[in-house]
Structures are given as C-alpha cells and as structure tokens.
Design a protein around this ligand. Structure first.
Ligand code: ADP
Length: 767
C-alpha cells in the first residue's frame, strides 16, 4: 500500500469515526477538522460555515491555533463573500483548491498575515450536500507542500460531502426537535383546550387548559373514550355517529369548521363552547385534534350587557313606573331568571306584589296562590321583608333542602315550595336617596342555572337603574304638578289684579271725597283756632284788667291801712276802747282785702305769662323752717298740732325760694282753715334721686271725690257756706299749682271726706 493510499484511508477512517462519535454539529466540526489536519500533516486548520442570513463564510472553528496565533486571529475576524479569498473561490467552484505558495496567490486577502506567519502551502475543500453548499475546510502549512494527487483530491471531496451530509441531517433533526418542543410548549401554554384523539376516539392529548376547563386530570382521561367524558350526554350518540360516518365514508360535517356547542364538566355542569376539529396529517390511521374555547364568560358578559341595555331601554320608555317594572320581566325571564317578581311598599308600609312572572302562566298562578296562602311576614329570615328592612340585597347561590325545611311553615308549604324546584335566588332593593321603596326578586329553577357574585352584581345594577328611572319619573311628575299649580296660581293672581284695579279706581273716588272732607275740616280748624286766639285775647284782656285794677285798688287800700294805723297809735289823740276795736277791725279787713288783691294780681300775672322765676338751689329744710315761722301764729291761734316728719336735711331743690314759700304757706293756710280746732297738721318730706316730695296732711273736713280736680281751677270753692270760715278767693290752689309747674314740679291732692286731705308737692331735686 502506497503512502498516499494509507493517508487517504486514514483520513476517511478518522472522519467517519469522528462523525460517528459526534452528537452535535459543533462536535462534528471540531473532530473532523482535527482528523483531517492531523492525518494529512497540516500545521493549522479552519472550518468555515456559510451564514445563511448574511450570505458570507464565517470561521466557526480553528485547529492548532498555537502554531500561527496572529494568522489564526486574523482569520477568525474575517468573513468571506462568495468568490472572495480562498474560501470564497471554493464556494464558487465547489471543488478542493490547492496552492504551494498561497501568500502570492491571486485573490488572497490575508497574504500579509500569511507571510508573517511563514505560510506557504494551503488546501481548501468544500463541505456540501448534493443540493446545498454549507462551508469550507481550509488547511495551512509553513512547508511548500506538493500538489495533492487526483485520488487524494477525490477522496477529500468525498470527505467534504460526508461531513456536509452529517451537518444537513443533523440540522434537520435539530429543527424538527425544536418545532416539536415549540408545539408542545404551545399546547401546554395554550388558553384554548387542545384535545387529541385517535380514530377510535381515545384521548391522546389533554392539555392543562382542558384540565382546567373540564375538571379532569390528564392522567384520568388519557386512553379513555373522549365522548364519555366531555360531551354532554344528549350529544354523545350524534357525536359517535358522526365519527363513524367520517371513518367509513370520509364525509365530514364538523372537520375544520368553527362550531358552537356545549361541553360537560366533571361535576356534571354544562357550558357553552366554541369548537374546531382538525385531522392531523400523518401516515397511518387518522388522528384528530380538537381546539375548544369555554364561552361561558363571553356568553355571560353578552347576557349581562343585553340585560342592562334592554333594561335601560325599557326604563327610558315610560314614566309609569309600574308599567316599567312589569315590562322588565320581558328581558329578565327566561334569559336571566326563571322567576321574576317585584314588590312595592304601599302607603300602609307593607310590600305589595306588583308583578310576578314565569314563562309558564300556570306556574304564575301557582306562585300567586302560594303568596296568598303563605304571605311573607315581617319577621322572615329570608325574602322581601328582610331586604326592605336591611336595605341590602339577599343572595342565595344555592337553595338547599335544609333551607326549604327551615322556612316552610307546614308540610303543605314545604311540598309546594319543593315542587317549584328552586335553585338559586337574588333579591335586590329598589331605593331612592331617602328610603327603600321596593324589592326585585330573581329566582332560577328548571334552567338549573346557579347565580354567582357577578350575577348578583348585574341584578343590583338593574335594580339601581330601575330605581333611578322611577325616581326620575317621580321628580318629573312633581315638577309637572307644581307647574300646573303655578299656572293655576297665575290665573288667580290675574283675576285678583283686575279686582285690585277696580278697587283702586274706587279708592281714587273716595280719596277725592276724603280730600273734600279734609278741606272742610281744615276750614273748621282754622275757625276754631281763630276762636281760641280770640278767647286767649279776651282772657289776656281780662288778666290785664285784673292786674290794672288790683294795682289801682292797692293804692287807696294802703292809704286806708296807713291812716287807720296812724289813728291807732294816737297821732290825733287818745282813742276810746271802742274806737281801737273798730280801728282793728278796719285794719284786719284792709289786710284781708290786700291779701285778696295780691292773690288776684299774682294770678293775673301768671295767666298773662308775665311772672318771672328766680330759680336757684334751695334747701328744702330752710324753706320748711321759714314756713313754720310764718304759719305758727295761725296754728297756735287755732290750737292745732303742727308736726314736721323728716325735714329732708341736705336735700336741695331747684326753685324760686319766695314762690316755694308761698306755695307751702297757701297749703298750710288751707289746712288750718279747713281743720277744726284740736286737729293736726303734718308735713312729711322725702327725697328720691330726682325729686323732693313734700306732703301736707291735715285731719280736716276733706274734699268730695268729684271736686278733687275742680279745686285747682281759679275761683272754685267747694262749699261756700262752710262754717264761717269763708275768707278765700278760690285762687290759692290755682296759683300754687301754676307756680309748682312753673318750677318744673307739680301739685296733686288726695282726700277723704271727714277724715282729712293730703296735698302733695313734687319738686325737681338739685344735687
Ligand atoms: P280758698 O281761698 O277758697 O281757700 P283755694 O284755691 O285755696 O281757695 O281753695 C279752693 C277750695 O278748696 C276751698 O274753697 C276749699 O273748699 C277747698 N280746700 C282747699 N284746701 C282744703 C283743705 N285743706 N281741706 C278741705 N278743703 C280744702
């Protein structure tokens, strides 16, 4: 065996073994590269693979880097397009290429690096399958290698093909595995149920979504007839018949189409689902994969939406709330409930059933009978009263036998409610801001439907919408009522306005009358005023006359007094006792006359408004002392007791001293005059913050009630015939009161006939 032949065989053997031992492409590349390099005695090797994306050759593996590290690094950083460099030329030609002096070869971009590494010989061979170019194996040597003989090249080409086939096959296997893995993962992660069955209908695949949806474990159903588990009993025969027909005739009704049907869960419940069945292409007996999607949620949402939309429409349709609540039954029964009832609280505070509905009219009358025979009671643990009381909805997802037994009032009642086959119930309140005014009851029975929290929420929503609509209708009615009331009031007001207009013109007429009357009145007043002025004038004239006359009278009277006194003291000789007595009489009379004239003069002055007051701060104590002095002769002469109760020491009044003394003298003189001998005169004085009040008490004859005011008038005397005492003019009190008032005070009297009189003088107090 020649050396060449040995080499060829050794290379082929080494490559075959390397491939046989390799599990991955990577292993195959490293091992074959080393096998070729070692067996052919090259110094450095590179394995280029075609990068399908960029369509270039990339150095994926090098062998024996240590020999020429710089060149190895340059190589790893380089990529070659088709036709470029040694690998690119092999790609083009798809045959091995050899060079004895590669640095000087045309089209060798790495020549500088190759020269520095001392490279001389090079060999590159294609890695390919019959259909596809995959890469290049490149070998370098610092020796000038001889051109390989024809046989070696052929056998290297065969090695390249062998490696190429390995890579291609391996890639196909890897791709398949990746796809398989992906599809498994997709099946696992799918939201849809994926169930695969063989031609006998036995379960081959049952993914997690199917486990969740149907409630079976994968292990429970694998290898079992699918129909018996997930198809509702009433559909099983049809399903088996369809499958048999397809297998016998190839006639498919379901295959590849999207169908809405029902599913059957492990707990016996059913649900709507969407189904697509595909026949899986594979050699041998057919297998089928079904994709199923649980539509319960979607259907529920659709139903809830339809219900709410329908309810809104009905509620917006009428302002008659009773009609509205009845109409709601149309959309609630049977889509959402088998039974629907509405109760409204009446004026008596009790709920009254407005509506009860069921698809079957016989059942409705049964329910009505039941309600009549066993009406709801306020103390009931469940039901309408409970909801009205608490204002909260009641939700019974299940109505177990135990509950029926508990609420039934007697065996007949129990039998009746049991017969209704109630399954699930919801009672929700109808309410406005202020109160709960009713309740809506939804019950399922023969449909087998079981309410859940979401249904409860939907029911509450419907009730809330209904309540709102009812409230709106009520407000609308109220507004209407108040509008018509307002209109009525407006008409009434108009009527009143025209009445008022009439009255106004009547009033105008009477105003004219009044004006005329007023004018007449004014004229009368003017006349009266004129008359008063005339009277005043006359009065003044009288006073003036009195004043003038008094003055004129006084002059001769003074002469009388003067001359009679001269006679009395004996100017014209001694007088006899009789003469003296007479002279005394003349003098007393003259004095009396003088007093009278003084009184008249004073009164006339007061009347004429000519009296002047000399107001000053006067001690009341002093004044009373002076009065006592002046009056003492009179009281003594008549043997009267004279007493002063409280002199009001330190109290001052604002007064004209002389006039004040005159008032007191007048009052006390009167007291003396009208009190019999042995009687008593008492002056009581007291002071308040603003006033000093002095009272003159006597135990005299008193004054009759009807004369109490008159005595203050001028010239008034109560009893002209009074026992010889007639000495006055009837002016004293009139003057005294005028003086008191002129100083800001007053004079009043109280009296009791036969007991005595009290004259009260009020004066302004001065600090
Ligand atoms: P006269 O000068 O007549 O006393 P007055 O004006 O002083 O006039 O009194 C009017 C009348 O009031 C008296 O005439 C008398 O009838 C009655 N009068 C006055 N003071 C008293 C009194 N203290 N007691 C009873 N009657 C009195």
């Amino acid at each position: 065996m020649t050396n060449e032949l040995e080499k060829r065989l050794a290379v082929q053997h080494a490559v075959s073994r390397a491939l046989a031992e390799s599990e991955t492409i990577d292993q195959a590349i490293s091992r074959t590269l080393a096998a070729i390099g070692q067996n052919l005695g090259w110094g450095f090797g590179v394995f280029w693979l075609r990068d399908a994306l960029e369509n270039v050759l990339r150095a994926v593996r090098t062998w024996n880097d240590g020999v020429m590290p710089e060149f190895a690094a340059t190589t790893r950083q380089t990529t070659f397009a088709r036709g470029v460099g040694l690998p690119g030329q092999v790609w083009n030609k798809r045959v091995p290429i050899w060079s004895g002096d590669v640095p000087h070869m045309d089209n060798f971009p790495r020549s500088d690096a190759a020269v520095r590494a001392g490279i001389r010989g090079a060999l590159a061979l294609p890695v390919l399958t019959r259909e596809e170019f995959l890469g290049v194996i490149e070998l370098f040597s610092t020796d000038t290698t001889a051109e390989p003989p024809e046989e070696l090249r052929d056998s290297l080409a065969a090695v390249g093909l062998q490696i190429g086939q390995f890579i291609a096959r391996r890639r196909a296997i890897d791709a398949e595995a990746a796809v398989k893995q992906l599809s498994n993962r997709m099946i696992e992660a799918a939201i849809d149920c994926i169930i695969t069955i063989d031609q006998e209908g036995r379960v081959m695949e049952f993914n997690p979504a199917a486990e969740r949806t149907f409630g079976y474990k994968r292990s429970e159903v694998l290898g079992k007839p699918m129909v018996d588990y997930i198809v509702p009993p009433d559909l099983r025969d049809a399903h088996r018949a369809g499958m048999a027909r397809y297998l016998a005739t190839g006639e498919a009704h379901l295959l590849g189409r999207r169908v809405d049907t029902r599913g059957h869960r492990a707990d016996g419940s059913e649900f709507p689902l969407e189904l697509t069945i595909l026949r899986v292409e594979q050699p041998g007996a057919p297998i089928f994969t079904a994709f199923l999607r649980d539509l319960s949620e979607q259907k529920r949402l659709e139903l809830a939406q339809q219900l709410l939309l329908g309810a809104s429409e009905i509620l917006a349709g009428s302002l008659d709330y009773e009609e509205t609540l009845r109409n709601l039954s149309r959309i609630i029964v049977p889509a959402f409930a088998d039974w629907y009832a509405v109760d409204i609280v009446g004026a008596d505070g009790k709920p009254h059933r407005l509506e009860v509905s069921h698809r079957d009219p016989e059942k409705v009358s049964l329910a009505k009978e039941l309600a009549e025979q066993y009406p709801e009671r306020p103390e009931d643990e469940h039901g309408v009263y409970q909801v009205l009381r608490t204002g909260k909805g009641e939700f019974l997802p299940d109505i177990p036998e135990e509950l029926l037994t508990r609420v039934a009032r007697d065996p007949q009642h129990l039998a009746l409610i049991r017969a209704l086959g109630l399954r699930s119930a919801i009672i929700v309140p109808l309410r406005n801001n202020a109160r709960v005014f009713g309740a809506m009851t939804l019950v399922t029975a023969e449909s087998g439907r079981r309410y859940d929290e979401r249904d409860f929420a939907v029911a509450k929503d419907v009730a809330a919408r209904a309540s709102q609509a009812i409230e709106k209708a009520r407000l609308f009615r109220e507004v209407e009522e108040s509008r018509s009331l307002l209109e009525q009031q407006a008409t009434e007001l108009e009527a009143q306005a025209s009445e008022l207009e009439e009255t106004a013109s009547e009033l105008e007429a009477s105003v004219d009358d009044l004006r005329a009357a007023n004018d007449a009145l004014r004229q009368q007043t003017e006349r009266a005023e004129q008359a008063r002025a005339d009277a005043d004038q006359a009065n003044r004239a009288k006073s003036e006359f009195l004043a003038a006359m008094s003055h004129e009278l006084r002059t001769p009277l003074n002469a009388i007094v003067g001359y009679s006194q001269l006679l009395e003291i004996g100017v014209h000789g001694e007088l006899t006792a009789a003469q003296v007595t007479d002279l005394k009489r003349i003098d007393r009379s003259a004095q009396h006359l003088l007093g009278l004239i003084t009184d008249i003069l004073n009164f006339a002055k007061i009347e004429a408004g000519r009296l002047e007051y000399d107001l000053e701060r006067v001690s009341i104590t002093d004044v009373l002392a002076r009065v006592e002095e002046l009056i003492a002769p009179q009281t003594k002469a008549k043997h009267l007791e004279y007493a002063l109760v409280n002199r009001c020491e330190g109290a001052y009044v604002c007064a004209d001293r002389e006039k004040l003394v005159q008032i007191f003298v007048n009052l006390v003189s009167n007291a003396v005059r009208y009190t019999k001998e042995g009687g008593q005169i008492r002056i009581e004085c007291r002071a308040t913050d603003e006033q000093v009040i002095a009272e003159v008490h006597d135990t005299g004859i008193g004054i009759p009630e009807d004369k109490l005011q008159a005595i203050f008038e001028p010239f008034v005397q109560v009893d002209r015939e009074y026992s010889g005492q007639r000495q006055g003019t009837g002016l004293g009190l009139a003057i005294s009161r005028d003086l008191a008032r002129g100083m800001g005070g007053d004079l009043t009297v109280r009296s009791q006939l036969g007991v005595g009189s009290v004259f009260t003088l009020e004066l302004r107090r001065e600090a």
